[in-house]
Ligand binder design. Structure first.
Ligand code: ADP
Length: 187
């Protein structure tokens, strides 16, 4: 199977919602199908491409514009890109969608209740944020603007990773970004 055309699979959601987990699962499925691609993970981008940027709105928007810029370069050369950054502000997400082109942009909103995220506390950050030890923490002391027209919305509180990934995968197939060739039955 080959990728039919380039696309950007853009995950957005609060810390611990499941962006990286689903990015990795979709990446695993693409590898399984022999489809080359790149992942731009928020944490990795912040230690490389965006080192030194903080968490003010301006710095967050700069971070997202950089991710969007790289995603655009790859997407237009038919290399699928998966991004996994909180990307809390709607305006800059829409700016990236426009630059890449809506027909190649897939926005996936990964949601779960704040209670569930605090219970998970994957990186131990919510406890600190709730105690005021981290300022500008998205969802606790900094805004998160949920998408109003996400292409796919998955709820990691009520769905398994497999179920969420299946819904995203089916969307990619429906839009013909990937083509799953059926095994030809002999005889
Ligand atoms: P983020 O990248 O959004 O900060 P992570 O992917 O690091 O979040 O963490 C999400 C956690 O939620 C993981 O421990 C994962 O196993 C769990 N989880 C449970 N259900 C789901 C689901 N449907 N999709 C994604 N993650 C899920």
């Amino acid at each position: 199977m080959a990728s039919a055309k380039g696309f950007t699979l853009w995950f957005t959601g609060l810390s611990g919602a499941g962006k990286s987990t689903l990015a990795e699962e979709i990446s695993r499925r693409l590898n399984e199908q022999g489809v080359g691609h790149e992942i731009l993970d928020g944490d990795v981008v912040r230690t490389n491409l965006s080192k030194g940027l903080g968490f003010s709105r301006e710095d967050r928007d700069t971070n997202i514009r950089r991710i969007g810029f790289v995603a655009e370069l790859l997407t237009r050369n038919d290399i699928p890109v998966i991004t996994a950054a909180i990307s809390p502000y709607r305006a800059v997400r829409e700016e990236v969608r426009r630059k890449i082109g809506g027909e190649r942009f897939v926005e996936v909103f990964v949601t779960a209740s704040l209670d569930e995220l605090v219970r998970r506390d994957v990186k131990g950050l919510y406890a600190k944020a709730l105690h005021g030890e981290i300022k500008n923490f998205t969802g606790v002391s900094d805004p998160y603007e949920a998408p109003t027209k996400a292409d796919v919305t998955v709820n990691s509180e009520t769905e398994t990773v497999e179920e969420s990934a299946d819904r995203i995968w089916n969307h990619l197939i429906d839009r013909e970004f990937i083509r799953v060739e059926q095994a030809v039955l002999q005889g």
